[in-house]
Write a protein of this length. Structure first.
Lengths: 596, 174
C-alpha cells in the first residue's frame, strides 16, 4: 500500500477514560453534520471514523494532466475494479478468490482510478454476501463526501407525503415545512449553486451563482419548456461565491470534479472534513478518533440505555470502548443497520433499537441505467469551447406522476446529463475505421454529443432487506452484511419509460438519437442506499421517531440515510444533512434538559 | 457519461498498467521493455496509420503511443494481455506473408494500407486473430493518443482544466 502522509500531524489518540456527551459513529455527511451542530451547542463530542485520515489533496491532485501521470490516471498493476458484467454474473463477496492484489467497487474503474485507490474500500477486506449489489464504500475521514457526485436537491411534500398522494408505503413523520428551515441552514453554511425554477416538486435552494449551460443544453432547455419539462443547471453542493470557512475556496470552474471519480482539492465542492469537521474541531469541543471501526453499541443493563460504543482499531486490531451519554450512528445506511443488528444483548436480542423488526428492512435507493445519447448536428465541426469547467452539467427534474397518473408505475425519476467538449473526445470509441478520416471525424464530433440517464425512485419494500451473514466475517472478524434485495416490477416499468421519454425529448428538440440504453444497472449502482432504519410515528412499524431517535432507546440516534422513509428520486445528501441538523437541534435541547 | 463508455475505457485500459512513460522522447529512441524491436516497429507503424499526422496535429507516432502501449504491457499484472498482443502481432505477420510474401514492415505502404483496410472491415464483428488485433491496437491507440499532450492540446484544442477567475464559460439558463 501507498505510504500515507498525514497533513496536519497525527492526531493524538482520543482520551477514552472520560465519558463524552455524545459519540458519533461515522464522519461523512451525517456524522460531520452531527459533530458540527452538537459542538456548536457546547456538547463534548467524540467522532469515530473507521478509515484513516489521509492527505486528501495528495490523493486528488485535481489539476494533474493525464500525460503527467505515469499511467494516464490508472491505478498501478494489480488493482482491479469490479465491472458491470462481474456484478451481474458473479455472486458476492466479489473480492473472494480474486488473483488481484486489491479489488474495488465499480467506481474504481472510472478514468482516474489512481486518484481513488486509497479512498474506496478494498473489497477483499470488506466482504458482503447475498444478492447482486454494487456496494460502493469509502472509509476515510469524510467518507464518500470526498468524492460524491455533488448533485444537491431538496425533497418536497410529493416525497414526504407520497402515501397521501398515491397510497403506497408510508408518509414521513415530517413535512416540507418542518425541514425547510434546515435546508436553508445547510445552503447558507455550506453553499449550493443553482438556478431557481419555482417547481413545487423540486423546491429551490438559496442558490449561489449557477453553472452555465453549453450551447446544446441551452437549446434543449428551450425545447423542453414546450413540453412543460425543465432542464436546469446542475444544482451542485459547491460554493461558487464562497462561504465563511477558512478551509474552503470558492469554485473556479476547473471541472476536475466532473472529469474524475470526484473530489475537489480546493474544497469548493462540499466535503465533510473541510465543510463540517475541521470547523467543529476549532470549537475545542470535538475529539476525533480515526481507524476506529465500531462494531457494537454498548448497553447499560440496568437502564437499557446506550452507554457507548465498542470499536476495533483497524490497524492494530485492538478493541476499545468509547463511553458517552448519547450514541449517534452515522455510519451510512447499510453500516448503521449492520451496527444496530450487531448490537445484540440480553435486552435487545434482535439488535438494539429493533423491537419493530424493521432494522435492515424497507431498504430502498435509486434505479439507474436507461437513458439516451444524441448528436446535435448543427454543432458538428465547430471550434472547441470550454464546456467542462463545472461540477456537473444539467438536471431534468421529475415530471411523472405529479398531476398525471402513469399506467405502469408509481413515483418518478429525473435525468442527469451532460454535453459538450471534454478532456477525452466523446464518441471516439464508437467511431469506425482508422486514418485521417477517423481522426477528423473524432475531432468534428467531439463537442456535438449530448447524453442523459435517469435516476428513479425504488419503492421501499419490507421484503428488500439486509441482515448479518451467519458465517462470513470481514478482516476485523465482524460479521458481514447479507443482501436480500432486488428491483421489482415498478422499477422495471419505470426504467422502460425512462428510455422512451429520453428519446422523445431528444427528438422533440431535433437532436439526432444515436443510442438508447435500456439496460438497468446492478442494484446499488446509484450509491444512494436508504431506508434501513426508517422514521415513523408507530414504533411497531418504524425504528426511529421524527427526530431520528430510537423508539426503544431514547439516547440512541441514527442520523444518516437509513432514517429515510422513501427514496424519492432526488439525490439524498442535502436531505441527510438537513434532517440531521434538525434532529441534533432537538437532541441538544433534550440533552440540556436532562431528558436523554 | 454512459456506462458503455466507461466499460470501453476499462476494456482499453485492461491491457493493464505501465511504468513511467518516456513520452517526451521521440519514439525511435525508446527502448521497448516488452516488445521485440520488430514487434515494436509494427505497433508504432500501425498506431500511426490509425491516427496519422494531419494538418491539425501530429499522429500516434509523434505522441509516443507505441511506447505507452509497451510500458503498460511490460508491467501488466494479468498474464493474458501480453500473450494476446504477441499472438495478434503473429497473426498480422502471418496474414502479411500470406498476402504479400513479406513481413508487415517490409511491405510497401500500399500493401500495409490494404492489409489494415482488410482487417478493419471486420471491426464490428472480428473473427480472426488479425481482425481482433485491429480492435486491440485501435483501442490502445485511442487511449494513448487522446490522453497525450498532442492529442489533448494540438488535436482537440481542449480548453478546460483551467482556473476561471471571472464569469464561467457558457450560456445562462434563461
Amino acid at each position: 500500500m501507498t505510504v500515507l502522509r498525514i497533513k496536519q500531524g497525527q492526531e493524538p489518540l482520543a482520551d477514552l477514560s472520560i465519558t463524552y456527551d455524545a459519540v458519533v459513529v461515522g464522519s461523512g455527511a451525517a456524522g460531520g453534520m452531527a459533530a458540527h451542530v452538537l459542538t456548536a451547542k457546547g456538547m463534548k463530542v467524540l467522532l469515530l471514523e473507521a478509515g484513516k485520515k489521509i492527505d486528501i489533496n495528495a490523493e486528488l491532485r485535481s489539476m494533474e494532466w493525464p500525460y503527467d501521470h505515469p499511467r494516464r490516471g490508472d491505478a498501478p498493476p494489480g488493482y482491479h475494479a469490479i465491472n458491470f458484467n462481474e456484478y451481474t454474473v458473479r455472486t458476492p463477496p466479489y473480492g473472494k478468490g480474486s488473483a488481484f492484489k486489491h479489488v474495488f467497487s465499480y467506481v474504481g474503474g472510472w478514468g482516474g482510478s489512481d486518484y481513488v485507490k486509497n479512498i474506496l474500500v478494498d473489497e477483499k477486506d470488506n466482504p458482503y454476501t447475498g444478492t447482486h449489489y454494487a456496494w460502493v464504500r469509502a472509509r476515510l475521514l469524510g467518507g464518500k463526501t470526498n468524492i460524491w457526485g455533488r448533485l444537491a436537491l431538496r425533497l418536497s411534500d410529493y416525497d414526504f407525503k407520497g402515501k397521501s398522494h398515491d397510497g403506497y408505503g408510508e408518509d414521513w413523520p415530517i413535512s416540507y415545512a418542518d425541514i425547510q428551515p434546515y435546508y436553508d441552514k445547510v445552503d447558507r453554511y455550506l453553499g449550493i449553486s443553482g438556478h431557481p425554477e419555482n417547481l413545487p416538486h423540486l423546491p429551490d435552494s438559496i442558490f449561489q451563482r449557477p453553472n452555465k449551460l453549453t450551447a446544446a443544453e441551452a437549446r434543449f432547455r428551450q425545447s423542453l419548456k414546450g413540453m412543460n419539462r425543465t432542464l436546469t443547471p446542475y444544482r451542485a453542493g459547491v460554493t461558487t461565491d464562497g462561504v465563511q470557512n477558512k478551509y474552503r475556496s470558492k469554485c473556479f470552474g476547473r471541472g476536475a470534479c466532473s472529469r474524475r471519480p470526484g473530489g475537489c482539492d480546493i474544497h469548493a465542492a462540499f466535503d465533510s472534513p473541510t465543510g463540517l469537521i475541521y470547523p467543529a474541531m476549532d470549537t475545542g469541543n470535538l475529539t476525533l478518533r480515526t481507524n476506529a471501526t465500531a462494531h457494537e453499541v454498548l448497553v447499560d443493563p440496568n437502564t437499557g440505555k446506550a452507554r457507548g460504543v465498542s470499536f476495533v482499531d483497524s490497524q492494530t486490531h485492538k478493541t476499545y470502548e468509547a463511553k458517552a451519554k448519547v450514541v449517534i450512528l452515522a455510519a451510512s445506511t447499510l453500516e448503521s443497520a449492520r451496527l444496530l443488528l450487531l448490537s445484540q444483548s440480553r435486552q435487545y436480542p434482535n439488535g438494539i433499537g429493533n423491537s419493530s423488526g424493521h432494522v435492515g428492512h424497507n431498504f430502498c435507493e435509486h434505479v439507474m441505467g436507461p437513458g439516451a445519447t444524441g448528436l446535435v448536428k448543427e454543432l458538428v465541426g465547430r471550434e472547441t469551447t470550454l464546456d467542462d469547467g463545472k461540477p456537473g452539467n444539467f438536471y431534468i427534474p421529475r415530471f411523472r406522476n405529479l398531476e398525471d397518473k402513469q399506467p405502469g408505475f408509481i413515483r418518478g425519476y429525473g435525468f442527469e446529463g451532460g454535453s459538450g467538449f471534454g478532456i477525452f473526445p466523446d464518441g471516439t470509441w464508437d467511431t469506425p475505421g482508422f486514418g485521417g478520416a477517423f481522426k477528423k471525424s473524432v475531432r468534428d464530433h467531439a463537442g456535438a454529443f449530448i447524453g442523459m440517464g435517469g435516476f428513479g425512485e425504488v419503492l421501499a419494500r419490507y421484503e428488500n432487506y439486509v441482515d448479518l451473514d451467519p458465517a462470513v466475517k470481514d478482516r476485523w472478524g465482524i460479521p458481514a452484511l447479507r443482501f436480500h434485495y432486488n428491483f421489482a416490477d415498478n422499477e422495471k416499468k419505470m426504467c422502460e419509460d425512462m428510455a422512451t421519454t429520453a428519446r422523445e425529448m431528444f427528438e422533440a428538440a431535433n437532436i439526432e438519437v444515436i443510442g438508447v440504453d435500456k439496460t438497468i444497472l446492478t442494484e446499488g449502482w446509484s450509491i444512494h442506499e436508504l431506508g434501513t432504519a426508517r422514521m415513523g410515528n408507530d414504533p411497531k412499524t418504524s425504528v426511529l421517531n421524527q427526530f431520528q431517535q430510537s423508539h426503544d432507546v431514547k439516547n440512541l440516534f441514527v442520523v444518516d440515510g437509513s432514517s429515510h422513509v422513501s427514496a424519492s428520486c432526488q439525490n439524498p445528501t442535502w436531505t441527510i444533512m438537513a434532517l440531521c441538523w434538525r434532529s441534533c437541534d432537538h437532541l441538544a435541547d433534550e440533552f440540556g434538559k436532562g431528558n436523554l | 457519461m454512459t456506462i458503455s463508455r466507461r466499460d470501453m475505457l476499462k476494456t482499453a485500459a485492461a491491457a493493464a498498467a505501465a511504468s513511467a512513460l518516456p513520452v517526451k522522447l521521440p519514439s525511435q529512441q525508446y527502448a521497448p521493455k516488452f516488445f521485440t524491436a520488430s514487434e515494436y516497429a509494427l505497433v508504432d507503424e500501425m498506431s500511426d496509420m490509425i491516427i496519422p499526422t494531419d494538418e491539425q496535429s501530429g499522429g500516434a507516432r509523434a505522441a509516443g503511443v507505441a511506447a505507452f502501449i509497451d510500458a503498460r504491457l511490460a508491467e501488466s499484472f494479468e498474464k493474458e494481455p501480453p500473450q494476446r498482443w504477441r499472438a495478434g502481432i503473429k497473426a498480422i505477420e502471418a496474414l502479411s506473408q500470406q498476402t504479400n510474401g513479406k513481413t508487415f514492415m517490409a511491405s510497401t505502404p500500399e500493401q500495409r494500407l490494404a492489409l489494415l483496410t482488410k482487417i478493419a472491415a471486420a471491426e464490428k464483428d472480428p473473427k480472426t486473430d488479425a481482425e481482433k488485433f485491429f480492435r486491440e491496437i485501435k483501442g490502445m491507440t485511442i487511449r494513448g493518443y487522446y490522453t497525450s499532450k498532442i492529442g489533448i492540446h494540438d488535436d482537440q484544442k481542449y480548453k478546460g482544466n483551467v482556473y476561471q477567475t471571472g464569469d464561467y464559460a457558457g450560456y445562462d439558463a434563461t
